[in-house]
Design a protein around this ligand. Structure first.
Ligand SMILES: [Zn+2]
Length: 382
């Protein structure tokens, strides 16, 4: 039986542009004699610096097509960017002077306005004019690829989350698994506890509707529920108990159990506000508080079995559906390292579908986000 290979796709911080649709700007360029390169580059960096376009290479060693060969015996020519071409299409006086002095023949060339975010963008850019490419500044394992062992572990935990999405024939809900990747150990597992599984079973007709129990997909569904008709509702059920939040709660109780001496350290730190916004002052205070708490807990908070983890620092979370904004913000506060989801959330997805919280510069923590396409054998079950 041939199996489709699984894939782990990084969801970048910014909306990726189609490689061939990236915006360009016009510049004046000229072919130059190699021996003039240093002199000209030095002068131009003073009279026409391109500070906002550091990704653009000033000199292009352009390979000639074989038919053009012969001129000076070289199979390349050097092309230099003289300056940006302003809206009026005129050369600045000092650049014009330099052109006259060295008998250059300026022409207009197009270069890419923004630095490439992905390798694909970069390859496309270099067809027009060479640029430099720096992958994301924060270095989180996996962004540049997973080795076979890590991929297998990612597929394994995602499979675990997907298997938890079905609740005893009552429909499908979201599920979350928090993992410590350093030891490949499950820290917490949970699914939605928002009563929606009950309504899901009522509307289940085999199409999209059967996902109406997934809290992150339909965060407002509970307002339409008939609580009286639904009957025996456990007190652990609540409209805001989305799978990720319940998993965070589980992780926190685990901490309290394993590190009782420091249990007072992290009271009520899991969720700040349901819409994820915080007044500025409160945010500053929180950061300060965290520092104080971190210090307090490292001074004897840990009992046996190593140091007490700081919230979910260093942990990964696997969720079946892309988290909503509330869950995604809670995971920022928890200092989660990486988020893996299997299905996008076109209604309320905060990590690629509707918003991109992972690229929000004003936040004080950033995680890396991945979409997992499971190997066929596994995904056909979901
Ligand atoms: Zn949610």
């Amino acid at each position: 039986m041939g199996l489709k290979k699984g894939e782990i796709l990084h969801i970048p911080d910014k909306i990726p542009l189609k490689p061939d649709e990236q915006p360009t700007i016009d510049v004046f360029a000229s072919v130059i004699e190699p021996k003039l390169t240093n002199t000209l580059v030095k002068k131009l960096s003073k009279i026409a610096p391109m500070e906002n376009y550091r990704h653009i290479k000033r000199v292009w060693k352009k390979k000639k097509k074989s038919v053009e060969e012969g001129e000076g015996g070289r199979d390349f020519q050097l092309v230099l960017i003289l300056c940006l071409a302003g809206e009026n299409g005129l050369l600045p006086d000092d650049v014009a002077e330099l052109i006259n002095a060295h008998q250059l023949s300026p022409f207009i060339a197009k270069v890419h306005k923004y630095a490439a975010v992905t390798k694909e963008e970069w390859i496309e850019q270099c067809k027009l004019w060479p640029t430099s490419f720096h992958p994301p500044t924060y270095n989180i394992e996996g962004i540049t690829g997973f080795n076979e062992e890590d991929s297998e572990s990612v597929f394994h935990f995602m499979k675990m989350a997907l298997e938890m999405t079905e609740v005893g024939g009552e429909g499908v809900v979201n599920a979350a698994v928090i993992v410590d990747p350093s030891v490949k150990q499950v820290i917490a597992t949970a699914n939605d506890q928002t009563c929606q599984a009950i309504s899901a079973s009522i509307v289940d007709d085999g199409n999209e509707e059967s996902y109406s129990g997934v809290a992150c997909l339909y965060p407002w569904n509970w307002t339409e529920q008939n609580f009286v008709a639904a009957g025996n509702i456990d007190c652990s059920w609540h409209p805001l108990r989305h799978a990720a939040l319940v998993a965070i709660e589980q992780a926190s109780s685990r901490d309290k159990r394993l590190y009782p001496a420091g249990s007072e350290c992290f009271e009520d730190q899991s969720i700040d506000q349901e819409d994820g916004t915080m007044p500025k002052r409160q945010k500053v205070d929180l950061v300060k508080d965290e520092k104080v708490m971190k210090a307090a807990c490292s001074n004897g908070g840990a009992s046996e079995g190593g140091e007490r983890p700081y919230l979910c620092t260093g942990y990964d979370i696997f969720v079946a559906w892309e988290p909503c904004t509330m869950c995604a913000m809670a995971l920022v506060h928890q200092r989660i390292r990486r988020i893996f989801y299997a299905f996008p959330n076109p209604n309320c997805g905060a990590l690629g579908s509707v918003y991109r919280l992972q690229g929000e510069k004003s936040l004080n923590h950033h995680y890396a986000v991945f979409r997992v396409l499971l190997p066929e054998e596994v995904s056909s079950k979901a």
